[in-house]
Design a protein around this ligand. Structure first.
Ligand code: GDP
Length: 613
């Protein structure tokens, strides 16, 4: 092997040889593969204009650059490939049905609802669920678990359809970006009074890119000015030609509000599934599938909604789900009824995991707890390396210099905390897609489910001026104090697109002073009283500020907002009505919301116009 001097540094040359490196490898890893001295590679990178240390994770570009320089073909192994190899080392094949044709049985389609904002996605998902006879008869309390299954009559047969009930394509793409595809069919909702809009096209593009057949739900046909024919005409331009126009896409007129056309829509979904897809899975193997949504429950610990894609999941089995593992202690369906077994396409809530998985993480049943633990630990270790690689964006010397010259580094760093992993993933994914030109860069330092902790604030301080995003979560008391003391910016959102809009505006330096939310008081719930005809009243101690009658309020449990848009409708000191109660005093607060528990915090706030600076 010849060893030319690159900038005076000696390193072996590859002669076009291929080497495989995991994403997030360091120069040291590279050096190991080619039998070189890591210090030599550091030197070479320096000559190429990049400062990196030997053990720092570098991005793919850097590995490729170094490979090209040394005449190696570098193959960076994707996280999915890496994971497949990891599972193979345990003799597990993920993503394949065991056996042959004869072992496969039909399974219900899994459907995602997409479309432009306000066109009725949420309403439609509610309508489908409410009109479902079985759910109604069960009479259980339905709860949003990220997905649900309904029954439909089709050609004289009872069939099932599974809906992912996180509407919007952010969730869809976030999963797909992670190599997970849960959706078989996309329902594209278009409001008949509004027609095709930018996000309609975006959703359509996502579905087509993923090769997922589309059924169009033309919604709001009850409204004046509704023009369902126009929607059909508009969509022909994008390759969706209605059957009645000679195409193959099914369009169904519905009113999600009045609950009309829902049966026809279910029928169209099943017709499309039967005509275009061969949805079958082997029900007789260890279950495999995906996590759809997950959160930490106070009493139950980590709770994950998983979608079984093949095999049958049973209570008592050992499972791994992303970096979490455990034994299935119990399973619940979306009516909160216990379930013993879950077959393909069935979404269930699983209790018993050690940690909260991320949306899109795969899950699989393994033979024993030890194997589950090993796989999870191995994944966690790899994930840490990959995150380091993401965070350690390389910067050229030139860039560093010019940044210093300008006296600032134009990079917005974010820490994202949210109530469920689905929203954290979706938010991160959407934020990273914001196109802000070359001068600014956006980096996510950390993302996780749960309240904002001191750790998060410390991370923001350490990385000077990172901003913390709280999506439906709040800081713990000590974290809030620390953030205030250190001037760490924490921003709260409860709607994804609002967060995106604001961050985009901030990145473009156009953030206009607007109204901002000022917290006026907090009160800790000590007791809950039932008052006939009025509902539950919280016996509280005011912890900070002043609680004022008629002010806006929300309820926070374990750092997570569980109810918003409330109003302090009654406020009492002992038996008397009060207009305001200050810090340190006890009072009874009614907010017209019954699910209040001891230790909840009632937060009151008002909107004030932000001064322009
Ligand atoms: P999303 O943003 O797509 O999830 O839209 P939503 O489901 O939140 O609906 C947006 C608005 O349209 C709400 O005010 C709904 O009540 C209303 N809406 C949804 N479907 C219908 C419908 O079929 N008819 C009418 N008149 N209004 C509807």
């Amino acid at each position: 092997m010849s060893a030319p001097a690159i900038g005076g540094v000696q390193a072996p040359r590859g002669g076009g040889q291929t080497i495989r490196l995991p994403r997030g490898a360091s120069l040291s890893d590279f050096a190991d593969r080619i039998g070189a001295n890591p210090a030599a590679l550091v030197q070479i990178m320096l000559h190429l204009g990049e400062m990196v240390t030997a053990t720092q994770s570098v991005n793919e570009e850097t590995l490729q650059l170094l490979g090209a320089e040394l005449d190696y073909v570098v193959q960076v192994v994707s996280p999915e490939e890496e994971d497949r190899e990891l599972l193979e080392s345990f003799k597990i094949e993920f993503g394949e049905d065991e056996g042959d044709e004869a072992d496969l049985a039909p399974r219900p389609p899994v459907v995602t609802v997409m479309g432009h904002v306000d066109h009725g996605k949420t309403k439609l998902l509610d309508a489908i669920r409410n009109t479902n006879v079985v759910a109604r008869e069960a009479g259980g309390i339905t709860q949003h678990i990220g997905a649900y299954q309904v029954h439909a009559q089709h050609e004289g047969q009872d069939r099932k359809v599974t809906f992912i009930d996180t509407p919007g394509h952010e969730a869809f793409t976030a999963m797909r970006a992670r190599g997970a595809q849960a959706t078989d069919i996309a329902v594209l909702v278009v409001a008949a009074d509004d027609g095709v809009k930018p996000q309609t096209i975006e959703a359509l593009n996502h579905a087509q890119a993923a090769d997922v057949p589309i059924v169009v739900a033309v919604n709001k046909v009850d409204k004046e000015g509704a023009d369902p024919t126009k929607v059909r005409a508009q969509l022909t331009e994008y390759g969706l030609v209605a059957e009645e126009f000679g195409g193959s896409t099914l369009f169904v007129d519905i009113s999600a509000k009045q609950g009309t056309g829902i049966d026809n829509l279910l029928e169209a979904i099943l017709l499309t599934a039967d005509a275009e897809l061969d949805l079958r899975a082997n029900p007789d193997m260890d279950a495999q599938g995906l996590a759809i949504e997950a959160h930490l429950d106070k009493g139950r610990g980590p709770v994950a909604t998983v979608l079984v894609q093949r095999g049958t999941l049973r209570v008592g089995e050992s499972i791994v789900c992303g970096e979490a593992f455990g034994r299935v202690r119990a399973m619940l369906d979306d009516n909160m009824q216990p379930v013993e077994v879950a077959d393909p396409s069935r979404p269930v809530r699983v209790l018993g995991l050690t940690a909260v998985p991320r949306a899109g993480d795969n899950f699989l049943v393994v033979s024993d707890d030890r194997m589950a633990r090993q796989i999870a630990q191995e994944r966690a270790a790899r994930q840490r390396i990959a995150e380091m690689a993401k965070a350690g964006r390389r910067r050229t010397l030139e860039e560093l210099f010019s940044d210093y010259e300008k006296g600032k580094i134009d990079e917005l760093k974010l820490i994202i905390k949210g109530d469920v992993s689905g929203s954290v993933e979706a938010l991160e994914d959407a934020l990273l897609k914001i196109d802000v030109g070359e001068e600014v860069n956006l980096r996510v330092l950390h993302r996780a489910v749960g309240a904002i902790t001191e750790y998060d604030v410390n991370l923001a301080i350490a990385d000077d001026n990172a901003v913390i995003i709280g999506f439906n979560v709040r800081p713990e008391v000590r974290a809030r104090d620390l953030a205030e003391r250190e001037g760490v910016d924490i921003r709260y959102y409860s709607v994804i697109y609002q967060a995106i809009e604001e961050i985009e505006a901030a990145l473009k330096g156009m953030l206009k002073p607007e109204f901002e939310e000022i917290q006026t008081g907090t009160a800790e719930v000590r007791e809950v009283f039932k008052v006939p005809k009025i509902g539950n009243i919280a016996g509280t101690l005011v912890r900070s500020g002043v609680i004022t009658r008629n002010s806006k309020a929300r309820i926070i449990r374990e750092g997570v907002v569980i109810a918003d848009n409330l109003t302090v409708s009654s406020l009492r000191r002992f038996k008397d009505d009060a207009t305001e109660v200050r810090e340190g005093f006890e009072c009874g607060i009614g907010v017209g919301y019954n699910d209040i528990k001891i230790d909840d915090v009632i937060e009151t706030f008002e909107m004030r116009e932000k001064p322009r600076d």
